[in-house]
Design a protein around this ligand. Sequence first.
Ligand SMILES: [Zn+2]
Length: 211
Amino acid sequence: MQIKLFKFNPVKVNTYIIYDETKEAIIIDCGAYTEKECMKLQNFIDSNNLQVKYLINTHLHFDHVLGNYFIYKTYGLKSKYHIYEEIIPDLKTQADFFKFQIDYHPISTMHHINEKDTISFGNTILEALLTAGHSPGSLSFYCKKNNCIFTGDALFYHSIGRTDLWNGNKKTLTTAIKSKILTLPNSTKIFPGHGQSSSIEEEKIYNPYLQ
Ligand SMILES: [Zn+2]
């Protein structure tokens, strides 16, 4: 499995393209905001002959969904996410709150992801874990075969997600991280929604929010 990381938009969201030897791919959290960022993403997909099968979102905060309309327009894919994310305000309301300029195109989905659902592409399978608290339906995606997890804004390098936004809850978040993420093998690599990657062992020892 290959992982391509882009850091998109002024909030520097980690957008991941994951693909394997079959050339099937998925995108996690498309934060592409400017035309240049969208082109960068498309060029990578085209030049590697990737076939994008799914767009999935760890959660629906505005910085993680800015590129969803571009993906819909270009590849005909609507994002899949946990239904609890529909509790939080829509992209336009969030963007207004953060005084962020957007060209708003609402895209509803019928493709919700539940806890323990699997996302399959090529020879790769990811398992969805509900790691709520930063937002009500935050998901992490675990790939057992490749020993890694994509944690969105639940867990960062030496930090955790903020819980002061819509329907955030610190107790829920730390409980989810401790019971569902830190119980994975120590060597599991962590690919978060912002900042650098980490590992389970690193966070168990050094994350000040999880002691
Ligand atoms: Zn977030």
